[in-house]
Design a protein around this ligand. Structure first.
Ligand SMILES: Nc1ncnc2c1ncn2[C@@H]1O[C@H](COP(=O)(O)OP(=O)(O)O)[C@@H](O)[C@H]1O
Ligand SMILES: [Mg+2]
Length: 412
């Protein structure tokens, strides 16, 4: 089955949507390349659905334009746009069987070859054998597939998916993520997938736009966003970060020399996004190494740290270590079978490869994006939280972080 997108990119130019005085979407400009899997990621209320509704034509932007290729569709009626939407609620017709649900759009458009095209769409979602069932006789996952087949059968240029897996339980959701990715690859239709689940976005999308309060905070591939976050918000929202306040001492050649937690450290110049002296230095927990003997050669290190928590999760151990400066860092150590789990109270050297550090403008709130991990408010962690250790890292250091799934997801 082939997409009909004919290579037309979806473009948003300065799209703004205000509801009265409230600006839900604020100057959003982005390009979704034809045939790509694009995710709009952000916490509840950040404007994801409104953005999708503008693309679908269900909402008129206050300012800005929506284009498909060179065609301005800002004022095109929803049903005239080559765009279909899959909602979280599926919105299947209860009185129609699976086949007729999928055939609905084709019949309304008086399209030809209904039987073949519906059969093809049902095969794609592996539901051919359930064509005669009514929606009520299907599981949640199966209903989700019908909703998908019903949209894909129309071969839209763009398929919009608004938290389509939100109603499924975790295991089924993981399965459907892989399934959706396979289907997208097979049909080649542009998918714009809205989710508040960072692991879901990372698993499926070619490109992710991280949204924060109506704006695009950063746009890039999952690897770019994860390895080189542009803001504290992105660093905290995608996975976990250790963010330490630091001061740039010297920029020479390709290297930035900085001070953090009382040590003189370095990073490649291109990893430093801050122009000023005050920075937030980030290192992902799985890049942090703890050793009792001293650091490996070539690594940047902080001496005399103490393990304050060790949580063995099977695949890895999540450590919390306190530095002499009072800062706390999280470290993940994979359970490779080499070396024992370090006990609480152990004195260790903390180290990382300088190439794995990144620096952000120090004027930001180091905790931005933390409370919205996984769309849940962060569990209060007074022992390690900002209140107990003002202005320092370790904000993500609760031993049972709300995004525990993140660590697993990352390890896969
Ligand atoms: N029709 C509307 N009238 C007023 N406010 C709205 C309307 N639709 C959405 N909003 C507000 O706009 C903000 C963004 O909403 P939405 O796009 O649904 O966010 P998300 O999908 O990211 O959770 C929310 O604060 C929401 O209350
Ligand atoms: Mg929404």
């Amino acid at each position: 089955m082939e997409g009909s997108s004919g290579g037309r990119d979806l473009r948003l130019e300065g799209v703004t949507k205000a509801f009265g005085p409230y600006v839900a979407v604020d100057e959003v400009s982005l390009t979704v390349p034809s045939g790509s899997f694009f995710a709009l990621l952000g916490p509840s209320g950040c404007g994801k659905t409104t953005t999708l509704r503008v693309v679908a034509g269900l909402e008129r932007p206050t300012r800005g334009r929506v284009l498909l290729g060179d065609e301005d569709v800002t004022d095109t009626r929803p049903y005239k746009r080559p765009v279909n939407t899959v909602f979280q609620s599926y919105a299947l017709f209860p009185h129609l069987d699976v086949f007729e649900n999928v055939a609905f759009g084709l019949r309304r458009r008086r399209a030809g070859e209904v039987r073949r095209r519906v059969a093809e769409a049902l095969d794609l979602v592996e539901l051919g054998h359930l064509a005669k069932r009514k929606p009520a006789q299907l599981s949640g996952g199966q209903q989700q597939r019908v909703a998908l087949a019903r949209a894909v059968v129309n071969r839209p240029d763009v398929l919009l998916l608004d938290e389509p897996l939100g109603a499924l339980d975790l295991k089924l959701r993981r399965q459907m993520q892989l399934e959706l990715k396979r289907i997208q690859t097979e049909v080649g239709i542009t998918f714009v997938h809205v989710t508040h689940d960072q692991e879901e976005a990372m698993t499926m999308a070619d490109t992710i736009a991280v949204m924060n309060a109506g704006r695009i905070e950063q746009l890039g591939s999952p690897v770019e966003l994860y390895e080189s976050p542009a803001s504290a918000y992105v660093a905290n929202f995608l996975g976990q970060s250790n963010l330490l306040p630091g001061t740039v001492l010297e920029r020479s050649g390709g290297t930035v020399v900085y001070e953090a937690a009382g040590a003189r450290l370095t990073m490649p110049a291109q990893r430093c996004r801050a122009a000023g002296r005050d920075v937030l230095v980030g290192v992902r927990p799985e890049k942090v190494r703890l050793s009792v003997e001293g650091p490996p050669p070539g690594a940047d290190s902080l001496q005399d740290a103490v393990v304050t928590d060790a949580g063995f999760t099977g695949t890895s151990t999540q450590y919390l270590v306190r530095l002499p400066s009072g800062h706390e860092l999280t470290a993940f150590a994979q359970n490779t079978g080499i070396g024992a789990v370090l006990p609480v109270g152990a004195r260790v050297t903390v180290s990382w490869d300088p190439a794995h550090a990144f620096a952000l403008d120090g004027a930001q709130d180091a905790a931005a994006g933390v409370e919205t991990l996984d769309g849940e408010p962060a569990a209060p962690a007074p022992a390690t939280g900002p209140a107990a250790v003002p202005g320092v890292a370790g904000l993500t250091g609760s031993p049972e972080p709300p995004a525990a799934a993140t660590a697993d997801g990352r390890a896969r």
